[in-house]
Design a protein around this ligand. Structure first.
Ligand code: FES
Length: 324
């Protein structure tokens, strides 16, 4: 289970649309908040289908004593974004003091920040912080249309021609090879976007011969290759069958069925929630960044917090978790 987390009480003080499908929600938080860097996350206690659940969002810049998140309303929402969009001024919610797993090094001579869609949320805070310190940077932001680009206007005002917008609807996409080849030798790249964008960037970065450690990234855990469909898992040697709804993660379904799971990030990054897959009737939509491409191709394991079956039934083994 998670540790090191500190829950606080928050109260919504404002909400506003920062893109056609992205709502910023600002919370006043009880008690003093420690300083936190851009790229940090907060966990929020939400209610989905009448059940308590926890959702994690990147914290975007807000005033002292406040936390803000920017939430995209997903058509295939597992329920978290619908709940968040339903929050109104005055509503109370429990949230955690931010922690950071996507940190700026502050040591590079030049920064390339790449955002795809709602992946702008950590990049927005990073860009503001780097610009405030006079760092050398370039931000490239791609989305399906200009109306879906949150914070683009504000960033344009701060960055000028250091910001490039790529409007996919006009056939304009981020040219990863061109971006990477234009970088000085000791530059760092920070990327947040869908998993397809990340996999492409990792391949191009590796081909460029640049140090792996200088490409830093995170993905949003709901960016799979398939739409969410219901599926069922049977747990080997437990006589337990668990149905997973389209609006629910496998991890949430297992926890809801009383299965004792170990997990942490809930973003497909740490691998703690990975379960063995013994049999399956359908493909696995791997949405994590923990397993290697080879491990994903083997389909012997899947990260329960983000990855899912594309339908049907699978037999999974979690028995090794409880071995002494
Ligand atoms: S909880 Fe970290 S990968 Fe699932």
């Amino acid at each position: 289970m998670r540790n090191r987390i500190e829950w606080r009480q928050g109260r919504v003080v404002s909400t506003d649309l920062v893109a056609e499908d992205v709502r910023r929600i600002v919370f006043a938080v009880d008690g003093s908040l420690p300083r936190f860097d851009p790229g940090s996350h907060t966990n929020l206690k939400v209610t989905i289908a009448g059940e308590p659940a926890i959702r994690t969002y990147t914290v975007v810049p807000a005033g002292p004593g406040h936390l803000a998140v920017a939430v995209k309303l997903h058509p295939q929402s597992r329920g978290g974004s619908r709940f968040m969009w339903g929050l109104a001024t005055g509503d109370a919610i429990a949230l955690t003091v931010p922690e950071n797993r996507f940190e700026l090094s502050w040591r590079a001579d030049h920064y390339l920040l790449l955002a795809g869609g709602i992946g702008i949320t950590p990049i927005y805070g990073m860009a503001k912080a780097l610009a405030a310190r006079g760092a050398s940077l370039r931000v490239v932001y791609g989305a399906r249309s200009r109306g879906l680009m949150a914070f683009a206007e504000e960033l344009q005002g701060i960055l000028g021609d250091r910001l490039v917008l790529r409007n996919n609807a006009k056939g304009d996409h981020i040219d990863l090879a061109a971006e990477f080849s234009a970088l000085p030798a000791n530059a760092e790249c920070y990327l947040c976007g869908p998993i397809g964008m990340l996999e492409a960037a990792k391949a191009v970065w590796a081909a460029s011969g640049r140090p792996v450690s200088r490409l830093r990234y995170e993905v949003f855990g709901d960016s799979g290759l398939h739409l969410e469909k219901p599926f069922t898992v049977e747990i080997a040697n437990r006589g337990l069958s668990v149905a997973v709804r389209p609006d629910q993660t496998l991890l949430d379904a297992l926890l809801g069925a009383g299965v004792d799971m170990i997990y942490d990030c809930q973003r497909g990054e740490c691998g703690l929630c990975a379960v063995k897959v013994l049999e399956r009737e359908a493909a696995i939509d791997h949405r994590d960044v923990f397993l290697s491409p080879e491990e994903k191709a083997e389909n012997h394991r899947m990260c329960a917090c983000v990855s899912r079956l594309t339908g049907g039934r699978a037999v999974i083994d979690i028995g090794y978790r409880t071995s002494p």
